[in-house]
Design a protein around this ligand. Structure first.
Ligand code: MN
Length: 276
């Protein structure tokens, strides 16, 4: 059973909804919740906070009902809402106050407004989850910032210079794609995932573009799907999972299909546990 929450982006084709539909077509019971954007004209923080609260509510509701929250998002900032949802009293017995975070991403997502060359908020998403960036947004969404020690970042290979300084300063644990086969590294990841419940954030650009080409900013040299499935196979099922950075806008049909197939395989890896 799973619940798919899809933040809606008007300017993009509904690639996230396509993934949810395909998941449904596998015969699983899928309940789709679409998070609608607020009207234009509101300021950026108000819009992003409203979407974040919508995601948090949907995640909390799914947890309260014993369902699996799978969030399909165009951008990584959805993570703020997902973690807030896990922490929400509305999650009932599914509440996790202090989740671990396993974050797979080509980019660090550890920028602040001061360190980011682009000012792109999604590139601050993990830092925001840890209260290092955009604290007002986190507060508006109901997030209790996590200690950086709760998180581990996998498959990063495109960091901004000042972002790297942030990562060092705050001691964010990082594992490069090429290190993932190392048994000691696997043990470190298992430790972060912990026994108390964790959030699995998969930015599809963390994977190698050969397995997930339909992303906004493809970066060569990522983790291959089979290797990632192998790593995830050693972990307990997460409390919530996000697929982000899906972008079918510039992808041809074959690339879109390959990326969708990757999402389905990753979802199925844990859906197997959920059916037990
Ligand atoms: Mn990202």
């Amino acid at each position: 059973m799973s619940t798919a929450a899809t933040p809606r982006r008007r300017e993009r084709p509904p690639s996230s909804e396509h993934v949810a539909d395909r998941l449904q077509a596998t015969g699983r019971e899928v309940r789709k919740i679409t998070i609608d954007s607020v009207p234009e004209g509101a300021d950026k923080q108000a819009v992003v906070a409203a979407i974040g609260r919508g995601i948090a509510r949907a995640v909390a509701l799914a947890r309260a009902q014993g369902r699996f929250p799978l969030v399909l998002s165009g951008g990584c900032l959805a993570a703020v809402g997902v973690v807030a949802g896990l922490q929400s009293p509305e999650a009932g017995s599914g509440k996790i106050g202090d989740p671990g975070v396993v974050w797979i991403d080509a980019h660090g997502d550890f920028n602040t407004p001061e360190s980011s060359p682009s000012g792109y908020w999604d590139g601050m998403a993990l830092a925001a989850v840890c209260g290092v960036s955009l604290p007002e947004l986190g507060a508006a969404v109901g997030l209790h910032p996590l200690a950086v020690e709760r998180a581990i970042h996998l498959a990063g290979r495109a960091f901004d210079p000042l972002e790297t300084a942030n990562i060092r300063q705050h001691g964010l644990a990082r594992v490069a794609a090429g290190e993932l086969a190392d048994p000691e590294v696997r043990e470190r990841i298992r430790h972060r995932a912990g026994a108390g419940g964790y959030y699995l954030h998969i930015d599809l650009d963390g994977l190698d573009p050969r397995d997930a080409p339909a992303v906004g900013f493809p970066e060569p040299g990522g983790v291959r799907l089979d290797d990632l499935l192998d790593v995830l196979g050693g972990l307990p099922p997460p409390a919530a999972m996000t697929f982000s950075a899906l972008s079918f806008e510039h992808a041809d049909e074959e690339e879109a299909e390959r990326t969708t197939a990757t999402c389905l395989e990753l979802a199925e890896a844990f859906a197997v546990f959920l059916d037990l």
